[in-house]
Design a protein around this ligand. Structure first.
Ligand SMILES: [Zn+2]
Length: 264
């Protein structure tokens, strides 16, 4: 029996029967699922790495054609800071859902893994405001998935100088405020409210932040700021709308996160 080991983050946990648990990891070589046998009465080494969000070194072995079986492991970064706050916990769950959605088995995922780890770390340690970490991750994941918006100039008149720009979500382009008001066709309310909201207003500082996020080095991704208020809310909404529109789906974890924010 050959033993192997891999570093990864637990991005999904699913209990199976009374005793076993499937752990889906994101590793730099893609997604992989391990079977943790007797997960509810796990011995020390296994227990320490069987929780959602744990970044660790996982030891496993293969037996026949079944899933690789977890033998033990050691946490590298357990992100304890997440478990103290329900809002952070749901945000982390959303980050993990995004990582699951954007990864595949056997597909190189080094950049995705680094972004996920940096985002989990930033939120668990309160290094940066959680709403900005979320927005940064969403825009950056859009970019690495091949949906990077063209953020240079107005797509219609090519101006780089406008009071406001709007992010045209489905076209991945900018439209300046004067082109938008000239083209009443774009502005006209439609029967479909979701379509109307696919133009997201970006203030000059929000646009600067977006330009930064598309190209910043991964380790400096969250090192930007936007003042609290309407412009920051618009920016965060744009990031979420942009990514989810391109993924063509929503996430329960995100709904939980928002419902907690509304209560708070
Ligand atoms: Zn224009």
């Amino acid at each position: 029996m050959q033993h192997e080991a891999v570093d990864g983050v637990v991005i999904r946990v699913k209990d199976f029967g009374d005793h076993d648990r499937y752990l889906t990891l994101l590793t730099k070589s893609g997604r992989m699922t391990l079977l943790a046998k007797g997960a509810h009465s796990l011995k020390g080494g296994q227990r320490g790495v069987s929780q959602l969000y744990t970044y660790g070194n996982f030891e496993y072995y293969r037996r026949g054609a079944t899933l690789p079986i977890l033998k033990g492991g050691s946490p590298i970064q357990p992100f304890y800071g997440l478990s103290t706050d329900l809002e952070k916990l749901h945000l982390a769950a959303y980050f993990c859902d995004l990582a699951y959605e954007l990864s595949d088995e056997g597909e190189e995922s080094e950049e995705l893994l680094r972004l996920l780890l940096n985002a989990l770390y930033a939120v668990s340690q309160d290094r940066y405001p959680a709403d900005l970490v979320k927005a940064a991750l969403e825009f950056r994941l859009s970019a690495i998935s091949g949906y990077a918006p063209d953020v240079g100039a107005c797509d219609l008149c090519h101006t780089v100088d406008a009071d406001y720009f709007y992010l045209d979500v489905m076209n991945g382009a900018l439209i300046c405020s004067s082109c938008l008001s000239k083209r009443s066709g774009i502005k006209a309310p439609t029967d479909d409210p979701s379509e109307a909201s696919l133009l997201c207003r970006l203030s000059p500082s929000a646009l600067m932040a977006l330009r930064y996020l598309i190209s910043a080095p991964a380790e400096r991704l969250f090192a930007f700021s936007l003042e609290e208020g309407r412009e920051r809310e618009e920016f965060c909404r744009a990031a979420e709308t942009y990514l989810l529109s391109h993924l063509e789906r929503g996430f329960d974890s995100l709904q939980f996160y928002h419902s907690l924010q509304e209560k708070g």
